[in-house]
Design a protein around this ligand. Structure first.
Ligand SMILES: [Zn+2]
Length: 386
């Protein structure tokens, strides 16, 4: 038997703030190796980035290979003084486990390891694997994407995958994420001509031009949403001029927007749309707009089908309730895995993730362990149902 609570505590006690591993993967490996998992540590270091440790662990050599994906890195605790206990102390108070990573997502990693241990008490009909990265909360270049490249090069395949992100609304198993919207950043630079505020006719102030563009784009609706996705959104995150002088109108104004887009859009179409709006405004008002985009993540969707039904039924078996299928929230590493196989996210409640006093009810970790066990049992029992 593997105790998910003790393992979650041991993981939380490693201060593995991205890109540091701080012994977290050693802890996990020490739990998995005795169960028979072949553990491969993968250290990646793309140019200009800090090296990151990852772990791929597999047991069994025949298909299907059911994979659990997750991460052991965490976001910084912020000011530790604000916490009720040491953010890396893994203290249990009033039936809650406190610490950075308790919700996002060391407890889920521990829960899956415990579920796997339980499942391995009977013969395994196929293979089970864990793909655990130390670069989910960071730039994500030396993490899941790099591990998947390594796997592809080795001919290592996974057939179905669940990601243990904190995706539940209130209780483990109440929600399965079957997709996520994509995310892209757009930087606007509007150039005019600097001048004296007493002679505005001799200058071209970029502020009203950019303000017009900003308000036009902020009002536009991108779509009405789809059967599976919320509507796409464009949200401005900054508008900067940085001019302290009250008698000078500036030469340049800048703004940044973040677009969360569903699968009705491709990033290049969104960029074209933004550029067209900028051209219209500068044609009317003058100035020159420079627009740069950076695509953080493409949207993904695992269409409801045999795999999501298997997950829903298994969760119902474990909790007595059917989960909701959802595509809300930010991006996750499932965006990389969707290129390999059907993927969905099943985890704890994310109510306290990234916050001070991040915590999760001990009973919820136990419930998630039961859910993962139920999923493994259903998966390996139903070769035709997948
Ligand atoms: Zn996470």
């Amino acid at each position: 038997m593997l105790d998910p609570i003790a393992l979650a505590q041991e993981l939380i006690r490693c201060p593995s703030v991205t890109p540091a591993d701080a012994g977290a993967l050693d802890v996990l490996e020490a739990a998995l190796a005795p169960l028979g998992f072949a553990c491969t540590r993968l250290r990646f270091e793309a140019p200009g980035t800090a090296p990151v440790e990852n772990l791929y662990a597999r047991i069994g050599s025949t298909p299907p290979n059911f994979c659990f994906a997750g991460h052991t890195d965490v976001v910084p605790p912020g000011n530790s003084v604000l916490w009720g206990s040491d953010p890396f102390g893994a203290e249990i108070r009033d039936c809650f486990l406190y610490g950075r990573g308790a919700a996002d997502m060391k407890s889920a990693v521990a829960a899956f390891a415990a579920a796997a241990a339980q499942h391995l008490e009977k013969p395994l009909r196929g293979s089970m694997s864990l793909l655990i990265t130390g670069d989910e909360e960071g730039p994500a270049v030396n993490g899941t994407a790099a591990v998947l490249d390594w796997m592809a090069a080795k001919g290592e395949t996974i057939d179905h995958c669940i990601v243990g992100e904190p995706t539940a609304a209130a209780h483990a198993g109440d929600t399965i994420k079957i997709g996520r919207r994509g995310s892209m950043r757009i930087d606007f630079t509007l150039r005019g001509t600097q001048g004296h505020t007493a002679y505005p006719q001799r200058a071209l102030n970029p502020i009203p031009i950019l303000a017009t563009l900003v308000s036009r784009l902020a009002r536009q609706s991108l779509d009405q949403g789809t059967a599976h996705f919320e509507a796409s959104t464009l949200v401005f995150t900054s508008f900067d001029v940085g001019n302290r002088a009250s008698n000078v109108s500036p030469a340049v104004a800048r703004a940044t927007a973040n677009i969360r887009f569903n699968d009705l859009h491709r990033p290049e179409d969104l960029l074209r749309r933004v550029r067209t709006a900028a051209d219209e405004v500068t044609k009317q008002m003058g100035g020159e707009a420079e627009i740069i985009s950076d695509v953080g993540a493409l949207p993904f969707l695992t269409e409801p089908g045999p795999f999501t039904e298997l997950l829903s039924t298994a969760i119902h078996t474990a909790t007595g309730r059917m989960p909701q299928l959802s595509t809300t929230g930010g991006t996750s590493d499932a965006r990389f895995i969707k290129n390999c196989c059907p993927v969905a996210e099943v985890g704890l409640s994310g109510a306290t993730m990234h916050k001070v006093d991040e915590c999760v009810a001990v009973a919820e970790i136990e419930k998630l362990t039961t859910i993962y066990q139920s999923i493994l049992d259903a998966y390996f029992a139903a070769p035709s149902g997948r």
